[in-house]
Design a protein around this ligand. Structure first.
Ligand code: GLU
Length: 329
């Protein structure tokens, strides 16, 4: 029940941020001129969903000027978003920087199938590869996951690949050394609290609803440290060291910052989306940067410069037009 109330609160908050329905009194003329764009995000307890809402909110304010109406869709995550953008089912999507790199270079899920039309718009908040375990499962490091029941994420998610990489770096094979589950991150806190899994992976910005929920239940939890990351970072150019600050989740047993590695959330589109639409969205987010930053605590560390880092796909021509105009490139 508590969980239900919590999820409803997040949903209401997000709806208030930018997913409201079109006003019913809009004229037929405005409707005709409107370009509808959909932003693919992630589960509603992550940071992508409110991020899509924040971008939509800022862009929709200028609907009269640009005729753009942005809406947000909850999805399975990064891999799903790349594929849906490429299929033309979504115009935009939030995508982990490692997934952007793999898609444009034809690696991992896109082995031999480079997504050459994928375009970067800007990057957003940092995301940490996060593992939360039940204290009663006795898991302190990744190596302790051996033999345990662990959710590594649904196939469309970004975290699934990070989980496999982190396990491999610790000498564990995800198919044989752990009992792997493949459910969406939004379901993992419930499974952990119901004693059905021992731990779960989620690559996400902090703080996030998922970890607030998972650390506030009856079953005590702890963030698991990932310290053997030197080789991983050497091998994969898109990974960097990161940590989950102590104190963000008072319910967790950790007293100190928890070391791990991470990536960045990035905003992506297709070369087929018009320059005007991408220009307008880029311009509105950058020109309203201070307002944008206030929309989620995970954006605290953002600078305009940092939003142009971590992009491996070519920058969309519409976004580039704005960056040149603004002297950012
Ligand atoms: N990084 C996750 C993914 O790519 C989503 C995180 C979020 O929704 O904030 O699937």
């Amino acid at each position: 029940m508590k969980r239900l109330v919590f999820l409803s609160a997040i949903l209401l908050l997000t709806l208030a941020v930018g997913c409201s329905q079109p006003a019913s009194d809009e004229s037929a003329e405005t409707k005709n001129k409107t370009t509808f764009v959909t932003i693919g995000t992630g589960g509603i307890t992550g940071v992508y969903y409110p991020t899509g809402g924040a971008i939509a909110k800022i862009v929709n304010k200028k609907r009269d000027e640009y005729g753009i109406r942005a809406t947000v869709e909850s999805t399975g995550g990064s891999v799903f978003n790349v594929n849906a953008i490429m299929a033309g089912d979504l115009e935009f999507g939030v995508v982990q920087s490692d997934r952007q790199y793999q898609a444009i270079n034809g690696e991992k899920e896109w082995e031999g199938n480079a997504q050459s039309d994928l375009r970067a718009v800007f990057s957003i908040h940092p995301e940490s590869v996060t593992v939360l375990a039940a204290v009663d499962a006795g898991i302190k490091t990744i190596a302790d996951l051996k033999g345990k029941h662990v959710n590594i994420g649904n196939p469309g998610s970004g975290q699934r690949g990070n989980a496999i990489d982190a396990l491999e770096a610790a000498g564990l094979n995800w198919e044989t050394d752990i009992k792997a589950e493949s459910v969406k991150a939004a379901e993992a806190p419930g499974l952990l609290q119901d004693d059905r899994i021992d731990a779960f992976f989620y690559t996400v910005g902090h703080p996030s609803g998922a970890f607030k929920e998972a650390t506030s239940g009856r079953r005590k939890t702890r963030f698991v440290s990932i310290t053997d990351t030197d080789e991983l970072i050497k091998k994969f150019p898109y990974y960097a060291k990161s940590y989950i600050p102590a104190g963000l989740y008072p319910g967790a047993a950790n007293e100190e910052d928890n070391p791990t590695f991470g990536v960045k959330a990035t905003f992506c589109t297709s070369a087929k989306v018009s320059d005007d639409v991408v220009y307008a969205i880029t311009k509105e987010v950058f020109e309203n940067f201070e307002d944008f930053k206030k929309l989620h605590p995970a954006y605290q560390v953002l600078t305009k410069k940092s939003m142009l880092e971590g992009l491996s796909a070519p920058i969309h021509a519409g976004a580039m037009k704005y960056y040149k105009e603004a002297g950012l490139m």
